[in-house]
Design a protein around this ligand. Sequence first.
Ligand code: FMN
Length: 214
Amino acid sequence: MASQSSQPPLPIAVIICSGRQPRIGDQVTRYVLNTIQSAYPSSSLTLIDLLAWNLPMFNEPTIPSQIHSSADYIQPHTRLWSEEISKYKGFVFVTPQYNWGYPAVLKNAIDYLFNEWKGKSAMVVSYGGHGGGKAAVQLRGVLEGLRMNAVETMPGLHLVPREVLKTAAVGGKLELEGEGALWGEKERVEICKAFGELEGLLGKQLTLAHTNGT
Ligand SMILES: Cc1cc2nc3c(=O)[nH]c(=O)nc-3n(C[C@H](O)[C@H](O)[C@H](O)COP(=O)(O)O)c2cc1C
């Protein structure tokens, strides 16, 4: 399943898309990252935590699509966020579902930038009582608006039975590794399938960049 390419792996950010405290987003995102890393040991994955970034509500005077250099942002936090996102060629968004959508903290973080996302590849993993599929579909639509390429497979991690959802609500510890783990082979296969598609898109992205001389 691991990539056979002789090229160095392209940097990919794995984003914790929940900013509340307490939360399970950090545990779920680490589980997704570990699942990918074991199947694709040569992949280059970096965790980004939107809680740690703590971006204020969007407060730039210029529409980000009109900005092509981080120096042209007014706010220091936008410049730093721009520089961070510019480092990566691909993204794994790990998002909870809030009221049938994805969290405001994620939309806010996305809206700060445009050209830093544009043309890059992404996959979406959602979680919730029923897997958070409605949030994933919404996010996918927004990524399309940013001219990003999102993979078809969108794994949804179910917080069942009810006791698990209750534990999640208070940010309790979930059993995600080892015997008796909440998720198993089915979820692992879905996550790896999505990542395989992401690698495919990244390959096309690289070819396009070479063709354009960028
Ligand atoms: C504001 C809010 C809205 C929620 N709405 C949904 C929902 O629409 N569907 C769902 O399955 N779970 C919903 N939940 C439950 C979350 O799936 C669960 O609390 C999960 O732990 C949230 O992820 P987090 O802890 O990483 O923030 C909601 C939770 C919150 C805090």
